[in-house]
Ligand binder design. Structure first.
Ligand code: AMP
Length: 280
């Protein structure tokens, strides 16, 4: 496995891969790898000649009051996991080279970045689209892999790739979960034992919403009420949003529509911002 931290070295390696006619799968991450990341890697290994992964806690996607400084970082453990998953090249971007002091350029997707997490995290998606544009230009992947857990991110990335004509196929991968259903996330390690129990109510609320819909109730207000009741059983849970949106463009729906509805929610469990969603 090749490990690089300089842009010039990455470029040279990619030119070399391309000259051999190899297809490249790309899995961008912020590190602190868990089974969610690994499932993206497994899929990318199957579908491409080579797998490139980036590990970079991207400062531009964190707000000033967010957890950039305390975001978990463990390169040695991450690199071991990458080796196990047969990653061919890991790029550990260096903040000082990636965003030098005179850095001035940003990529912004409008509209779909403003609702859901965009409301409480202004600038977050601009940070995501900017870092991914840089990575896509450097890695020149044939396919890039993203988790459905970050549903809004996935839709924003698809739109950016379409609008800016990146010749890259965006592949969506299913959400990996803990035994009790909590979506795996690097942020789960922030949770105390009690908070961890409360956090499991998030997915429970999504499952009960699905059951209610399967029983024939398509009324968003009554489903949201049920979900609120379930989540609020956890004393440390504070709901940020529960939204019923069109899964293709994130527009709000008036009623549940089968095959089209994404129920997306964000909850602050203690100080930890957790997101999850389910497609109906
Ligand atoms: P992150 O390191 O949090 O930026 O995540 C890197 C990639 O892993 C993103 O495409 C995420 O959507 C994906 N990911 C994170 N958690 C999960 C999960 N539980 N299941 C599947 N994919 C995930």
């Amino acid at each position: 496995m090749i490990v690089l931290d300089r842009i010039a070295d990455l470029r040279e390696a990619i030119v070399n891969f391309k000259s051999q006619g190899k297809t490249i799968g790309f899995v961008p991450t912020m590190g602190s790898l868990h089974k969610g990341h690994l499932s993206l890697m497994k899929r990318a290994v199957q579908e491409n000649d080579l797998l490139v992964t980036s590990i970079f806690v991207n400062p531009k996607q964190f707000g000033p009051a967010e957890d950039f400084d305390k975001y978990p970082r463990d390169h040695e453990r991450d690199l071991d996991l990458c080796r196990q998953e047969e990653v061919d090249l890991v790029f550990l971007a260096r903040e000082d080279e990636f965003y030098p002091e005179n850095y001035l350029t940003y990529v912004r997707t409008e509209g779909i970045t403003e609702g859901l997490c965009g409301r409480t995290r202004p600038g977050h998606f601009q940070g995501v689209t900017t870092v991914l544009t840089k990575f896509f230009n450097l890695v020149e992947p044939n396919r890039a892999y993203f988790g459905r857990k970050d549903a809004q991110q996935l839709i924003v990335v698809r739109k950016m790739v379409e609008d800016l004509n990146f010749p890259i196929e965006i592949i969506a991968c299913e959400t990996e979960r803990e035994e009790d259903g909590l979506a795996r996330s690097s942020r789960n390690i922030y949770l105390s034992q009690d908070e961890r129990k409360d956090a499991s109510l998030i997915y429970r609320s999504l499952l009960e919403a699905r059951e209610k819909i399967e029983a024939g109730d398509y009324d968003i207000n009554s489903i949201r009420k049920l979900m609120e009741e379930i989540i609020e059983r956890g004393p440390s849970n504070k709901i940020d949003y529960i939204e019923f949106v069109d899964s293709s463009n994130l527009e709000r729906l008036g009623r549940v529509e089968l095959g089209r509805t994404l129920i997306a929610l964000a909850v602050n469990t203690g100080k930890t911002h957790l997101i999850d969603n389910i497609f109906i």
